[in-house]
Design a protein around this ligand. Structure first.
Ligand SMILES: [Zn+2]
Length: 479
């Protein structure tokens, strides 16, 4: 955000604000890890010369990227963890850090947002991407713990040719839209009611996951390898338990999609299915880890809370209407909260930063994971192109964080007295990659004059700090 802040969002953000969106019949939908990003919003997803174009801001922000817009030069700037992507409307050449990349189709301005080729999203954000042309739906899956040196999670070039034969719609098959492996979990995005069946096999050790009455959707192959025989595999690197993941259309009578997780040794697992129409099946190999979260040895029942003040140093976060920095607000809240938590005999507190320091997002998550924290709370303030946007939001990414989000939000809204913008799903790095219940608080809008003034008062900051403590204590059951 930074210096673009006053001009940015002028056009783009209008689109992301729920109050501006009205769902009409036949709208396109975008799903990220099985969650619909486009609920209640009118989204321009369109086919331009056989290139599927998707709204850049909506997707970037859901991934936790900062997005800026310069109206004069028609330039979109996306930033995360030092990576900077710049695109210019109607120009095929974009820059990623210092390198230039060529898009298959130039970004286009549509309905107050910029749309870009779906392939650009998959390449630059490392997502597995698929498109259902019948339902006009885009499916995005966060891949494996991506490193910066190449593709991960089976995200390969294959030209996007359609290899799946048409399926008789009367069979009412479940459509498998994507797959990824990260954090020792296999995630399968699907639409339909197929109930996964997991079988443990030995010699060699492997888990076989069958989805009965299911097939690959038309463009499963655009985000993943899928050969003409409908077989494929994910490259799985750096996971000690797993040597690979394979999948295939195992049978067409009855239709069955099979995934095989090749293990290096026998391993426990949990299976979960979340979502309504669009579902996410997760085979979690961290099963043993989840058993011991309630009784941590050696800490005498004390709970550890990690508080994360968003941004820091060179990363100012949002810049308020009068030029105040989000990073300073976040830090003030976290320091005040920590002071209060130190008085709690059953709670230990660790801060990801206690001064104006820059930390990568992954360092923040790693800190909480390495400490085996019980709760992770990231504090932020929001910004919008609409100066009227105001209020408090609480974000969660994993289902395991939802209960914490509900409790924290109840106290947060009471403390700010601002409008209640609700508990929301947000695919932010720090709440996705942490392993304990984790939430991200957007206390108010620095782009709103009234919110900004309020957020920088000592009285409000004390109230918010106290509300965070109340939420933590209620969630942990501490009187
Ligand atoms: Zn922020």
């Amino acid at each position: 955000m930074k210096k673009f802040s006053l001009m940015l969002f002028l056009l783009l953000l209008v689109f992301v604000l729920p109050e501006n969106g009205h769902a009409a019949a036949g709208n396109s939908k975008i799903y990220l890890d099985g969650k619909e990003l486009t609920a209640g919003q009118n989204v321009p997803v369109e086919n331009v010369n056989d290139t599927i174009m998707v709204p850049l801001r909506l997707i970037s922000e859901s991934l936790g990227y900062n997005v800026g817009w310069d109206q004069k030069s028609k330039t979109v700037t996306i930033e995360q963890q030092g990576k900077v992507i710049k695109l210019v409307v109607n120009q095929k050449i974009a820059s990623v850090d210092d390198k230039t990349v060529t898009l298959t189709t130039a970004p286009i301005l549509r309905s107050n947002t910029t749309v870009v080729p779906i392939r650009f999203i998959s390449e630059q954000f490392g997502l597995n991407v698929s498109w259902d042309n019948v339902k006009k739906s885009v499916y995005l899956i966060t891949p494996g713990s991506s490193n910066d040196n190449g593709s991960s999670g089976g995200n390969t070039e294959n030209g996007g040719s359609e290899v799946v034969p048409p399926v008789d719609p009367s069979k009412n098959l479940t459509m498998v839209n994507g797959v990824s492996f990260s954090e020792n979990r296999l995630s399968i995005a699907m639409e339909g009611n197929s109930v996964p069946k997991v079988t443990v096999m030995t010699g060699p050790d492997r888990l076989v996951v069958d989805l009965p009455n299911a097939t690959f959707s038309d463009l499963f192959g655009t985000g993943q390898i899928l050969d003409p025989d409908l077989n494929g595999s994910l490259e799985v690197k750096d996971y000690p338990d797993v040597s690979g993941v394979r999948y295939s259309l195992y049978s067409t009578n009855p239709y069955t999609v099979r995934f095989v997780i090749d293990l290096n040794y026998a391993k426990n697992y949990n299976v979960s299915v979340t979502g309504d129409d669009s579902k996410l099946v997760v085979i979690d190999l961290n099963a043993e880890n989840t058993d011991d979260t309630t009784t941590q040895p050696g800490n005498n029942g004390r709970k550890l809370v990690v508080l994360d003040a968003g941004h820091g140093a060179k990363d100012s976060g949002a810049v308020g209407v009068t030029g105040k920095y989000e990073k300073n607000f976040n830090l003030a809240i976290v320091l005040k909260t920590a002071e209060l938590l130190k008085k709690e005999s059953n709670i230990d507190v660790v801060l990801t930063r206690s001064n104006d320091t820059f930390l990568e997002l992954k360092e923040r998550a790693a800190m909480a994971n390495n400490l085996k924290a019980d709760i992770f709370i990231s504090v932020h303030a929001n910004s919008s192109g609409s100066s009227s946007a105001s209020g408090s939001e609480t974000y969660y990414q994993r289902e395991a964080s939802k209960a914490l989000a509900n409790v924290m939000h109840k106290y947060l809204v009471q403390a700010t007295g601002l409008s209640d913008r609700g508990v929301r799903y947000g695919n932010f790095h720090v709440i996705r990659e942490t392993k304990m219940p984790a939430v991200l608080l957007e206390v108010g809008y620095l782009s709103n004059k009234k919110d900004e003034a309020l957020l920088f008062t000592d009285a409000l900051q004390n109230k918010v700090a106290a509300s965070i403590v109340s939420g933590i204590k209620e969630y942990l059951g501490i009187k």
